[in-house]
Design a protein around this ligand. Sequence first.
Ligand code: 9J3
Ligand code: ZN
Length: 309
Amino acid sequence: MQQHLAQPRTPARIPRIRRIRTLRGLFAATAATGGLLAASLPGTAGAAANPYERGPAPTVASIEAPLGHYAVARTTVARSSVTGFGGGTVYYPASTADGTFGAVAISPGFTGTQSSIAWYGPRLASQGFVVFTIDTVTVLDQPAGRGRQLLAALDYLTGGTSPVRNRIDPSRLGVMGHSMGGGGSLEAAKSRPSLKAAIPLTGWNADTTWPEVRTPTLVVGADGDTIAPVALHSEPFYTSLPATLDKAYLELKGAVHRTPITPDTTIAKYSVSWLKRFIDADTRYEQFLCPLPAPGPTIVEYRGNCPHS
Ligand code: 9J3
Ligand code: ZN
């Protein structure tokens, strides 16, 4: 919506009088909102700017782009240097000019390593997040273990020996994961309700009920998944999350269990929007989540609650 207002368009088929009325309506609404806020917050001129917003105003092109606004640096965390998870790679905005960023830890699936989720590193970090793609203690670890390891990775990232701790706001953290790693992201959110966002990607978990979760959660499933069929995993995950929670269910079209391990524009654009909206409280991204995205070439179904609270 905003980018349409910002871009002057040829008004050939829009009557002049209607344009003026629309613009006047816009200014009137803005003035009324400002007045209301000023009245309810004595001593302030209006709404305070969101201190967590990072990067320019988003567009469809910017959330779909292979790389975002920030140049990305990376550093390796050796397995031998940590406990509770298997080390990994940290991807982060190279610049310190914009202050700290929220952080996201991402777990691979059963038998997988960080290489299977590596594409999320630069993709998400370039949008303004510190991203930790981890290896697990063993590649056979189950979802509960992967959940604990995601939390250990976040604790490492924000702790005293982290090479990036000064770049992170430790109060704004999230988790993602593929398959059993996605199941692990639900485990992590369940045990740490202070997490701001969770995104299980073709998640797998023997526990399919998540009423305990208080973290805004985007559940991503694949219509052709025969390893974690959506009817047995992603759909019950989504349905069992509290009705009052900010939650969404994105079912990818023409996709399979391993679709999330290679770059995918649909996964990226909604993951970026979800992380921005809930880790950064950046309402500029609400436009991509509400009203609910319609089914289309890459989306079978999108469910959720709108508007987000
Ligand atoms: O094919 C895969 O990457 C399997 C990952 C996984 O966690 O499967 C759960 C049954
Ligand atoms: Zn449960």
